[in-house]
Structure formats: structure tokens, C-alpha cells
Design a protein around this ligand. Sequence first.
Ligand code: ITT
Length: 194
Amino acid sequence: MENKTIIFATSNPHKVQELNEIMKDSGLKFILPDKNFNPIEDGKTFLENSFCKARAAASCETRGYDLFLADDSGICVDYLNGEPGIQSARYEKTPELRIQKLLKNLEGITNRKAHFTCALTLCNKNEEIIFQTQGYCHGEIALEKSGTNGFGYDPIFLPEGFGGKSIADLNEDIKNTISHRARALQNLKENFKF
Ligand code: ITT
């Protein structure tokens, strides 16, 4: 039987790479949205923003596909009352500046607890939500960056249970087992029948 094709509503190539790796045994095939994909992320939560993206992909689809998955994700720092949160991609202009800003905002702070969140929304072609879930990865913000794997805030995030290594220090297979994205996708696989 042919693989079922699902549109993955993102413009972040790192997310696509991780999704394909995490879902490689699912029998599903993920492809990018139609060329006019241009979501406006004006939600107040990760879940709302993931719906904005899935809905935008459904609304611009001209090829006849009928399932649209979107990820909205970010890092939430306890001491900063959950910031940068849904603003993670817009906290500063570049990934490096975002890391430097977060480290600066935690200078001299001992409570460095943080977690990544990934919200997923699956929509049908009528732009209706047919499944939503979230996944989390708990840990701490490092004192300095380390490692080259992954993307975004990975070099300064120390997941629980890995001896102070950052996600960027860890093998990508490990990230794809413990990450917020991996856990949200696991929920999707276990609870939604494609
Ligand atoms: P799309 O909206 O096109 O999917 P984006 O990168 O703008 O791409 P988000 O709005 O969901 O996506 O912002 C997510 C940001 O949170 C991302 O740019 C990173 O800065 C951070 N982030 C999310 N997942 C991450 C991960 O696994 N590792 C490191 N940083 C991550």
C-alpha cells in the first residue's frame, strides 16, 4: 500500500528533518505546504499557533491533499515566567543572539529550570482541528553554550538525566527520543489512526 501523504506546515528545515527521522517507521510521508503558505501566528498559546499554521496550509492547498500537521514550539524558562515561550523564534534576530539574550537574562540566577514545549495540530481540508497534543522536555539552562547538533536553543538546554550535557552535545538519535517534538509525535502516533 502507498504511504499516506500529510502536509507538514512549517518553514523550518530543522523541524522537517527531525519529523522525518522520528516518523520514519510510521508509514506516513510528510511534504511541505503549497507555495503560497503564509501563516499569521497571532495565537496566545502554542496550541493556538499550531492551529494557525495547520489552517493556513489547508487554506492554500491546491494539490488535493487533505491532512495538515503543524508544530509550534519553544522554550519556557521558570525564572522568566515562561519566557521566551511562544516568542522563542522572535526573541532576537538570529539564533546566536537569542542564546546570548537568554544567557544574559539569567546571569547570576541559580534557578535555571526550563522546558521545551511542542504543540501539534492536525487539520482536515475544511480547516477543522481533528487532533491536538503537546509534548514536553524538562531540564535547565546551561551557564554557557556547548555542542553543535540540533538547532535553536539546543546548545544551552541541559535535559534531565544526561549528566549536564546539552541537547547539542547529544547524538541526534537521543534528541529524537527525548525531545518535546518526539513526545508530541509519539502521542499523535498512539492516539490518532491515520
Ligand atoms: P515555523 O513557524 O515555520 O514552523 P519556526 O522556527 O518559526 O518555524 P516556531 O514559531 O514554532 O517555529 O518557533 C520555534 C522556535 O523555538 C525555534 O525557532 C527555536 O528557536 C525554538 N525551538 C523549537 N524547538 C526547538 C528544538 O527542538 N531545539 C531548539 N530550539 C527549538
